[in-house]
Design a protein around this ligand. Structure first.
Ligand SMILES: Cc1cc2nc3c(=O)[nH]c(=O)nc-3n(C[C@H](O)[C@H](O)[C@H](O)COP(=O)(O)OP(=O)(O)OC[C@H]3O[C@@H](n4cnc5c(N)ncnc54)[C@H](O)[C@@H]3O)c2cc1C
Length: 527
């Protein structure tokens, strides 16, 4: 990790422009062109070379230099403006095709009793379906569109995906990450980051499910009823699916999971607006993902009241995923505010969006209470409290937890044991949320609450100090893998590294939060 200067950045900008020119001269697909022109180490990391069609570009454009204007593009444009036009007028062009698979469907005439019914075929649901089915259990996955492509753009640390044997499901990797603390200071993080190839990941997991005999049912779960040793999922078409255990992996908006009445749902919200865009050029290095760009000199009224940063995945010299992000706010910042800030930032950075290939609107509830543990339905994924309270990430955590939860399910329902009802609910919930993890989560949530209290200057000092930590702490924090002991050491180290101003702010603003965390931790121990 090291600091860099504005001069170094502008040199890189020139390099990117020259790469872009070379691409044009060679009349190549831009998604492959940039990687061909990059240094050897990046080429090693970049599966783009062998799989140019993974980006959601219209097929007709794959062999062209840049992206020629199409009828669709003109139809999508509502107003035509100047060079740095308001890209919000551009409509997203990409409609992902669903997977083509001959899924083994559950037939309504079949009155089978399943071992496990999993509601939702999002990344969490389908990963758990796959892991449970490896034990040979009878599994049914119910989702209104089991073969659709997930809508969000996912980024993960590559080492995490390598650990799961899923590294082939990253369609682009960056050897480093950059963090622009402010207009004068940039930090580099020596950790490889990747963009998830959603189609490939889903295809891989679904293929494994099919091989293991999973049944799929295309419907929306409306209600879950419980009897002593059996649960029933009632679908919107009236069909009832019966099983020993129901897992709800239906995402943030789930209605099936219960919370203790006395716990306040005091979530923080991450708000983001992102576009996969074809641009004339952009100033970001092609070998670094931009984790956070906190520069804000482009905002006339500053960025002080509620603030946002840019997260960017530069794919080639003229293809980039850009996401303006409010890290955490309460109440949630409006999407319109985030979009306006993005327009101002892109104009300032000289990024002219020519086409929007895909867009996404993010609202991620973070922190808040855990669901009641245990309860009859098992939550898994976004509704289970695993979203990182300070970053909003959860993809890798879910991939890690799925085999653990599947093993606990197998312990109870597998062929040798016959544990049903309350005991299996408790065992499975505890596999996901053992006491150490619940305590650590209180600490991560304390981190989020602290961020909510800091102003922009203090936030910058906080991140400046955070990215000075030893890689073990920094990476462990980002991957939610630190123990409580580690977290305490990390906090002390963070406090030691940060500025006097930040120390003062934390000492002034956080005692109440600290006390609250200690109470919550004590409550976890006496439950
Ligand atoms: C815009 C955005 C970007 C994100 N980017 C990242 C990232 O880069 N990295 C990261 O780690 N995390 C990221 N996250 C956070 C998190 O990883 C995602 O929200 C992730 O999609 C959650 O996965 P999930 O399977 O739990 O839920 P979902 O992805 O929401 O999937 C839920 C599934 O359940 C189905 N469903 C819903 N209701 C029912 C019902 N009643 N019956 C049957 N099926 C139902 C839905 O159709 C869907 O298929 C992002 C979140 C958002 C919103």
């Amino acid at each position: 990790m090291f600091d860099t200067s504005a001069l170094a950045i502008s040199k890189r900008t020139i390099l990117i422009h020259s790469l872009s020119l070379r691409c044009k001269n060679h009349k190549r697909d831009p998604s492959t062109c940039s990687t061909k022109n990059m240094n050897t180490s990046l080429m090693l990391f970049s599966p783009l070379i062998t799989t140019p069609s993974i980006f959601p570009l219209p097929k007709t454009h794959h062999n062209t230099t840049s992206f020629p204007s199409s009828r669709k593009q003109h139809q999508g444009r509502i107003h035509s403006t100047t060079k740095f036009e308001n890209f919000l007028d551009l409509k997203s062009e990409y409609q992902p095709e669903p997977l083509v698979f001959d899924l083994p469907w559950h037939h309504t005439s079949d009155h089978s009793h399943f071992d496990v019914i999993i509601v939702g075929a999002g990344p969490a649901g389908i990963r758990l379906v796959e892991q449970v089915s490896l034990y040979g259990m009878k599994v049914c996955c119910v989702d209104p569109n089991p073969l659709s492509i997930w809508p969000n753009n996912y980024g993960v640390w590559s080492d995490e995906f390598e650990g799961f044997g899923l590294e082939d499901c990253l369609d682009k990797t960056w050897p480093m990450a950059s963090i622009y603390i402010d207009d004068n200071k940039t930090k580099y993080l020596d950790r490889c980051y990747g963009r998830v190839n959603k189609r490939k990941l889903k295809e891989k997991l679904v293929k494994s499910c099919v091989l293991n005999g999973v049944r799929f049912y295309k419907a929306k779960a409306m209600q879950i009823e419980h009897h002593e040793f059996e649960s029933v999922v009632v679908c919107d078409d009236g069909v009832e699916l019966k099983g020993s255990l129901v897992v709800d992996a239906s995402g943030f908006r789930s209605n099936f999971i219960e919370y203790d009445d006395h716990k306040v749902k005091n979530y923080g919200f991450q708000i983001a607006y992102g576009v996969l865009a074809e641009v004339d050029a952009h100033p970001y290095d092609l070998d670094k993902v931009v984790l956070m760009d906190w520069r804000d000199s482009h905002l006339r009224d500053g960025n002080s009241k509620s603030y946002t940063f840019m997260y960017a995945m530069p794919i080639s010299s003229n293809l980039i995923f850009l996401e303006e992000t409010s890290l955490v706010s309460r109440p949630a910042m409006s999407h319109m505010d985030v979009k306006r800030r993005m327009v101002a930032r892109l104009r300032h950075l000289g990024i002219n969006v020519k086409r929007v290939l895909q867009d996404e609107k993010g609202l991620i509830p973070m922190g808040g209470p855990l669901p009641r543990i245990p309860q009859n339905v098992i939550a898994f994924g976004a509704n289970s409290g695993v979203v990182h309270p300070s970053t909003g990430f959860m993809m890798a955590r879910t991939m890690t937890l799925a085999p653990i939860v599947a093993a606990a399910i197998n312990e109870g329902l597998g062929s040798t044991r016959m544990i049903r009802g309350k005991q299996i609910y408790a065992n499975v919930w505890n596999s996901m949320w053992p006491i150490e993890s619940r305590v650590a989560r209180e600490y991560y949530t304390f981190g989020m609450e602290t961020l909510l209290k800091l102003d922009l200057k203090e936030t910058r000092h906080f991140f400046d100090a955070f990215f000075k930590l030893k890689p073990y702490y920094m990476q462990g924090f980002l991957s939610s893998s630190l123990t409580l002991n580690d977290l305490v050491w990390m906090s002390m180290s963070l406090f030691a590294h940060t500025s006097n101003q930040s120390r003062f702010a934390i000492a002034r603003k956080c005692p109440e939060l600290l006390a609250k965390m200690m109470v919550n931790i004590s409550l976890e121990f006496i439950k």
